[in-house]
Ligand binder design. Structure first.
Ligand code: 13P
Length: 338
């Protein structure tokens, strides 16, 4: 297969009108934090058991078209000895991999962050491909404060995302481009809107400079939301309207799908906002879908509690969220279904 047809095949396998992406790619420190909320120690075996339970969920492929894995998970197997990437394919779910190596401070721009991991990326992509991954994910993070993100932060982060995406496409791997404007803080929704607009404009400028094919990438942005501790919280209608308005200004129609991160929204809130977005965005040129981590997994994690005997309960909880988000893609969700 040529690189072009490999990329197109992956887009065709992942993008449709009902399904979304499950982000299960928590790094070792992040999954340890999640496990700590249920009092479970994060050992390699427990991480394997938890992710094995998630990926073995019967009928998950009816609602989920792709799963993002962490490097460790890509080389692990389920209880029967089947690799997680084979297990995903069995459910018609495309396996992908988080390829960034985490965050640090951006020198010269106090408060801004930058993500590491470009060194050796082409070689790593080849290895991940041999292990079954067909798409990748890279996240840049933008905190909001009165001096963040700076101009330097915008340019540097966009450059990283674009160089990563170009490396992926050269290797025949579809890049998920994730610029995340954080919810932390007391800023107003309009502040998030203007920061998100500046971020997305800088990202698409850099993608263009690095000749990234827009048809062969997915965008994973934040929704436009007020800061978590803002006293003026917004209605779901205002969130949908402001999110769509920013997306329309910044995202070319050639991008096939926008898969939102949940970023700290609760599971029901994230489903409701996706539903309102799809109801308001029926003429949007892109699919409006999900790549939720916490908003899909939180109830499953609570049900699991680190115990083998709770695996089916965890799977039921995951399937319920996946199904409700699938209904939200069609604008057919309402809270009564909870
Ligand atoms: P959340 O949906 O929990 O924000 O996670 C998505 C993700 O992949 C963060 O990189």
């Amino acid at each position: 297969m040529t690189t072009h047809s490999e990329l197109q095949q992956c887009i065709d396998d992942m993008v449709d009108e009902r399904r979304g992406i499950l982000a299960a790619d928590e790094s070792a420190p992040t999954i340890a934090k999640r496990f700590a909320t249920i009092g479970v120690e994060s050992t390699e075996e427990l991480r394997r058991q938890y992710r094995s339970a998630l990926l073995s969920t019967p009928d998950l492929g009816d609602y989920i078209s792709g799963v993002i894995l962490f490097e460790e998970t890509l080389s692990q197997c389920d209880n029967r000895g089947m690799s997680f990437s084979e297990l995903a394919w069995q459910h018609k779910i495309v396996p992908g991999i988080k390829v960034d190596k985490g965050l640090g401070p951006l020198p010269g721009a106090p408060g801004d962050k930058i993500t590491f991991g470009l060194d050796g990326l082409p070689e790593r992509l080849l290895t991940y491909k041999k292990q079954g991954a067909r798409f990748a994910k890279w996240r840049e993070v933008y905190p909001i404060s009165h001096h963040n993100p700076s101009r330097q932060g915008l340019v540097a982060n966009a450059e990283m995302l674009a160089r990563y995406a170009a490396e992926c496409q050269a290797a025949g791997v579809v890049p998920i481009v994730e610029p995340e404007v954080l919810m932390d803080g007391d800023h107003h929704i309009d502040c998030c809107a203007s920061v998100t607009e500046a971020v997305l404009k800088s990202v698409f400028q850099a993608l263009d400079l690095h000749k990234v094919t827009l048809e062969h990438m997915l965008l994973k942005p934040n929704m436009v939301l007020p800061g978590k501790s803002c006293s003026d919280q917004s209605s779901t209608e205002e969130i949908a309207e402001k999110t769509l308005s920013v997306l329309r200004r910044c995202i070319p129609a050639a991008v096939p799908s926008i898969n939102f991160l949940s970023g700290g929204m609760g599971p029901e809130e994230a489903t409701l906002n996706l539903n309102t977005l799809n109801q308001a965005g029926d003429k949007a040129p892109w699919q409006l879908s999900i790549s939720y981590g916490r908003a899909l997994q939180q109830p499953a994690l609570q049900a699991w509690q680190g115990r083998v005997e709770n695996c089916q309960a965890a799977q039921r909880a995951l399937l319920k969220r996946a199904k409700l988000n699938s209904l939200a893609r069609l604008g057919q969700y309402h809270s009564g279904l909870e």
